[in-house]
Design a protein around this ligand. Sequence first.
Ligand code: MG
Length: 219
Amino acid sequence: MLVTTKYLNSDLLMAPTKIVCVLRNYLEHAKELNSPVPEKVKFFLKPPSSLLANEGTVIIPDSVGSLHHEVELAVLIGKRGRFIPEDEVKDHVLAYTIMLDMTARDLQSNAKKAGLPWTEAKGYDTFAPFGPRAYPPGEFDWHDKRIWLDVNGERRQEGNTDEMLFSVERIISEVSEVMTIEPGDIFCTGTPPGVGAVRSGDKITAGIDGMEPLTVTVQ
Ligand code: MG
């Protein structure tokens, strides 16, 4: 099991089979990367081996020249499903938490130009810090929440979950048309504007209204 009670509260804990990450779900972030906004939910997978607990250390690999932070609202799945209608997604959501979709931006840019997958750019160990607590739907409503990220105490990213182009319900419903959603799976719902590079020694703190913030250091 990748996740223990030391890092995430309660009994909401299961090892994910996959981490599903939505791309360009905030208009202002798509603009800052000069990327077109998709008409349907577009996504990629991060491996569960990229997970990192709160207060952990994000490692910048030697092969990466520019490691970017992306703060995202994460949704933990509690019940298996396929072809889930939007109005039934709530039956499959176990809890919400914070995740950082750490991205090797230089590798991603090269991959985009070459028409290659983003797996390396998104998939190194420690590239998915998350937590520190999981909030069941009864304790957390994902709408209209401020989402932010600081580096060394300086605000870098800020947005509101209501700015998401695709809702939590639409994301999970559309992805379930492609693949079976399993208990423990994690959905990352895209990042607000302000992404940028981190350096060795930086301290990242990320938060969403109503949640205890997530903190990691960079090495
Ligand atoms: Mg992302």
